[in-house]
Ligand binder design. Structure first.
Ligand code: FAD
Length: 51
């Protein structure tokens, strides 16, 4: 099984991981933000909260 490392656990990273997993890849998602976003919308992590 091919392995991929994805930087960023927001909408694009999680979507890519999901799709690649469906196509037989082993996806690992790395996220630098220590906390979840507190604002609305689809993003999971708010980079503004730790910069
Ligand atoms: C104030 C504001 C309000 C918004 N409101 C809406 C809304 O209501 N509806 C809507 O559809 N869109 C909204 N958007 C737009 C939406 O946030 C973006 O289009 C969307 O988040 C882009 O997703 P993304 O996964 O491409 O990037 P991002 O959401 O920017 O995610 C990138 C992630 O990668 C992480 N990252 C970056 N570098 C690294 C690294 N080197 N290693 C590990 N992790 C890393 C970041 O911490 C972040 O979590 C809003 C944007 C802003 C700024």
């Amino acid at each position: 099984m091919k392995k991929v490392l994805i930087s960023g656990a927001s909408i694009a990273g999680q979507t890519l991981a999901y799709r690649l997993t469906k196509h037989g890849f082993h996806a690992t998602v790395a996220e630098r933000a220590p906390v979840l976003r507190s604002c609305g919308g689809s993003p999971a992590v708010d980079r503004r909260e730790f910069t």
